[in-house]
Design a protein around this ligand. Structure first.
Ligand code: AMP
Length: 219
């Protein structure tokens, strides 16, 4: 399970880890957004909550994750991204899987560093590629890949980022408190390069899995 504030690189790292370990990337946010887009009954139920930036109910999200974790492609594990978001969800997760087999990786980054990182993030409005700029004179010809306009996402604006970080802290702190005494809880510096972070995360996963394997013949 990967957790971290918005802008910590959690989405990127989750996708990388899923590729490296050939396991599914289970992102509750992506699942809910896809349901909203496809206008399924679930999507209609959660559309308003997603639009407001609030959290959907613990009961709804734990049912969704329980069902996903029971799928056949989960035999070798998965990368959980966006769940658990509350202490109640964390408690329920412990009843769905063996807690000793859960590795919790926290990408740490200070609020000010994240505000700076997201304020300098620009997205190409044509191809969607993300760039980091030093100042507004960077890339005078637009996107270096396709020439499209490089724009700041509305929710990357410092005032909005501060609000997103406050919401994250309010919910994440009890979840971190829930896990921090465990041997399989690790904190990684999310401000290092993406390659460094991936290597650090893999180091923890490999060490923990080796330990788990030495305890049980299941893996
Ligand atoms: P994310 O992409 O992880 O930021 O999730 C997008 C939105 O989906 C959140 O703002 C919530 O409304 C909802 N969501 C995702 N995961 C959860 C969760 N574990 N508990 C409650 N709501 C969630």
């Amino acid at each position: 399970m990967l957790m971290g504030p918005p802008g910590s690189g959690k989405g990127t790292q989750s996708a990388r880890l899923a590729g490296i370990y050939s396991v599914p990337h289970v992102s509750t946010g992506d699942t809910l957004r896809a349901a909203v887009k496809a206008k399924t009954p679930l999507g209609r139920q959660v559309a308003e909550t997603l639009a407001s930036g609030g959290l959907v109910s613990d009961a709804l999200i734990t049912d969704l994750v329980r069902e996903r974790l029971a799928a056949p492609d989960m035999a070798r594990g998965c990368i959980l991204d966006g769940f658990p978001r509350t202490a109640a969800q964390a408690e329920t997760l412990d009843t769905m899987i063996d807690p000793a087999e859960l590795i919790v990786l926290l990408l740490a980054a200070s609020d000010e560093d994240i505000i700076h990182r997201l304020a300098s993030r620009r997205i190409c409005d044509a191809c969607g590629i993300t760039q980091s700029i030093q100042d507004d004179t960077d890339y005078p010809d637009g996107c270096p890949y396709c020439g499209g306009n490089l724009v700041r996402r509305d929710d990357d604006h410092p005032d909005i980022v501060r609000r997103r970080l406050a919401t994250y802290a309010a919910f994440a702190t009890p979840v971190i408190d829930f896990y921090k005494g465990r041997k399989t809880f690790h904190v990684v510096d999310g401000l290092q390069s993406a390659e460094w972070v991936t290597a650090a995360l893999c180091g923890h996963i490999d060490a923990d899995v080796t330990l788990m394997r030495s305890r049980t013949a299941r893996f």
